[in-house]
Design a protein. Structure first.
Length: 117
């Protein structure tokens, strides 16, 4: 696991999987905002006392640094990039954590980009 420092927050990236009516949202659909579940907070954020581990936050979609770790998509977000904490229980049921596909090794040889003469 990774631990946040200073004014950083580590979140498990989340996406909408379906609407309240049960309509499945395809993975190719673009959500206008980014969601994440807080996994770790830096000491400067802790001192402010507004966020805690487990909160679901909305943050700047173009901000942060993506981190692939433990088959999960994580993001390191600056405190200033956070717009707010989700408190609507209905939205929680629409969100799921983004999991990474495991890449399996195969015996298939990759095509060579070098031309043989």
């Amino acid at each position: 696991m990774i631990k946040a420092i200073e004014d950083k927050i580590i979140v498990s990236e989340m996406k909408r999987s379906q609407t309240k009516a049960g309509i499945i949202i395809p993975s190719t659909a673009v959500d206008p905002q980014a969601y994440g579940k807080i996994l770790s907070i830096g000491h400067e954020v802790k001192e402010r006392g507004q966020l805690k581990i487990g909160d679901i936050i909305v943050y700047n979609k173009m901000g942060g640094q993506a981190i692939a770790m433990d088959n999960q998509m994580l993001c390191c977000v600056l405190y200033a990039e956070i717009y707010g904490i989700l408190e609507n229980e209905n939205i929680f049921s629409e969100l799921e954590e983004i999991k990474l596909s495991v890449i399996q090794e195969t015996d298939v040889e990759a095509p060579s980009l070098i031309q043989k003469v």
